[in-house]
Design a protein around this ligand. Structure first.
Ligand code: NAP
Ligand code: MG
Length: 489
């Protein structure tokens, strides 16, 4: 594995005083690698390299661009376990989840590889005689991709694959916490035959590398996934210079459990949504809104599940849940737990650091009951294994409580009643909805993203995710052969 940045087709070690120490959050004595941080000047060089490479890549036929992604998918498939193990060491999620994430990235590469054959526009009838009107989709230029640590492989793939197949050149800045998985992606693109400069990986801080990207007049598109705090400021800055921006940000996703729900199915889905990936998914379940008659039994089942979760290093196959990603997230989780207690929520299970795991940032799977919708634990994103349960008397009330937060990524309902299902789909304020399944998950061919404070700009993945990285050109061809005829449109 490389431990530098990759600019203009070359790996190099930035000459920088600052180094990212890439630490295993399950065992802080395990240092995976040290990455020297790239500087503002390195970032400018990456942007220049991308600008140079763009001209040639734009002219490369779409199917040929797609074939590079196809080869990348093949190479990744041969390295699945190795990439997954590295991701587990670097990010902390358990090996099974890491493997699933690698496979999802491969699906995305395959999906967008095929898109190389479909980079078409539409034809339309013109109002004017002997005139052919149609659209074409063209790449935009150099795109800036900035990603978080929680899906260190899938998110970089779901941003870079559509950007590349559309014919753009890429400058990519991964989260400082997960540079190693990002480096593997660059290695794979290189081996797959991407020409030098088309994909540039710049490992460095958000405040230096990220800022240069966001302010650069040579980057007309920025695609960001991360926190609201960073995303909102970035959006304003990039938009103020006329860039096109998409930001996918926080979530506070709810599961509504109606009185007629299959409680076992609901409890399993909530467990997987709340504690899977240590609650560090943007689509994680952090709220349950349960009908009064079934709430007590549901909480009992959830508590039993939570107590049964084995916490530890994700490299141990018997472990169900890994650590928080770093000390800061660990402290955030504990602070929110204390806050929930002081707000008057009832701690059902968990609430602290598990015993016997001194060297990692582990937090127990935690459940609060009797949570009121106005409490901060119910309103704010924790990004850890902390679940809040509230009550609702009917669907209208459940929807009101579900919609009371500023975020809008995903919601799920458990019910057998088709009228409830349809009303829920109509009224719930999230970009994705699930019926009788967990809040988590996405597929390459399906639009992914949220509304309200969660998302700005186009959906990612799917055709929408591809279109974001293109500009439409509308073409008018007059073949009347006549001159001097006035044309009014
Ligand atoms: P973050 O702190 O906002 O960081 C995201 C990225 O932005 C990192 O690469 C970071 O670099 C970079 N950055 C920081 N400051 C910057 C600046 N001034 N200019 C440009 N870039 C800058 O988010 P995170 O902690 O990595 O990820 C967790 C968050 O992501 C959660 O809120 C979660 O909900 C959200 N998320 C959302 C989705 C979704 O699709 N809605 C998916 C996954 C995660 P450094 O690492 O170097 O600071
Ligand atoms: Mg952060």
């Amino acid at each position: 594995m490389q431990s530098g940045s990759y600019i203009d087709g070359k790996w190099f070690q930035p000459k920088s005083e600052r180094v990212v120490k890439n630490i295993n959050p399950a065992d802080t004595k395990d240092v995976i690698a040290e990455f020297p941080m790239a500087t503002a000047a390195d970032t400018e060089r990456a942007i220049d390299a991308a600008r140079q490479a763009f001209a040639g890549w734009k002219k490369t036929p779409g199917p040929e661009r797609g074939r590079v992604l196809w080869r990348a998918a093949d190479i990744a498939r041969q390295r699945v376990d190795e990439i997954a193990r590295l991701m587990t060491r670097e990010e902390g999620k358990i090996f099974r989840e890491a493997r699933g994430e690698v496979m999802k990235g491969i699906s995305l590469m395959e999906y967008y590889a095929g898109a190389g054959f479909r980079m078409g526009g539409k034809t339309f009838p013109s109002e004017v005689r002997d005139t052919f009107t149609y659209t074409i989709r063209q790449p935009v230029g150099v795109v800036g991709l900035i990603s978080p640590w929680n899906f260190p492989w899938a998110i970089p793939v779901w941003k870079s694959a559509p950007a590349l197949v559309a014919g753009n050149a890429v400058v990519f800045k991964p989260a400082s916490l997960t540079p190693a998985t990002a480096a593997v992606l660059a290695e794979i693109y290189e081996e797959a035959g991407l020409p030098p400069g088309v994909f540039n990986l710049v490992i460095g801080s958000g405040s230096e590398v990220g800022e240069v990207m966001v302010s650069s007049p040579h980057i007309p598109i920025i695609s960001f996934t991360g926190s609201n705090e960073i995303g909102r400021a970035l959006h304003i800055k990039a938009a103020s210079r006329g860039a096109k921006v998409t930001c996918e940000m926080g979530g506070k996703n709810a599961v509504i459990v109606m009185a007629d729900a299959d409680l076992e199915k609901a409890a399993v889905a909530i467990r997987d949504g709340a504690f899977g990936s240590t609650g560090q998914r943007c689509t994680a379940t952090s709220r349950v809104i349960a009908a009064e008659p079934v709430k007590a039994e549901l909480v009992e089942r959830l508590a039993a599940f939570a107590k049964g979760i084995k916490v530890g290093s994700g490299l141990d196959e018997s472990v169900d849940m890994g650590p928080a990603v770093d000390e800061s997230q660990f402290n955030t989780n504990l602070e929110y737990i204390e806050m929930a207690k002081s707000e008057g929520a009832k701690l059902v299970t968990g609430g602290g650091k598990p015993e016997g795991l001194p060297d990692g940032y582990f937090v127990e799977p935690t459940i609060f009951d009797d949570v009121k919708p106005e409490m901060r634990i119910f309103q704010e994103e924790v990004f850890g294994p902390v679940l809040s349960v509230a009550t609702a008397n009917n669907l209208e009330e459940a929807l009101e409580v579900a919609n009371s937060v500023e975020f809008g990524l995903t919601t799920s309902i458990f019910t057998q009643d088709i009228n409830h299902v349809m009303k829920f789909i109509d009224e719930v304020e999230t970009g994705m909805v699930h019926i009788n399944e967990p809040t988590i998950g996405g597929e390459a061919q399906l639009p992914f993203g949220g509304v309200k404070s969660t998302g700005v700009g186009d959906r990612e993945m799917s055709e929408e995710g591809l279109h974001f990285f293109t500009e439409l050109k509308t073409v008018f061809i007059n073949y009347s052969g006549e001159s001097g005829r006035a044309m009014i449109r």
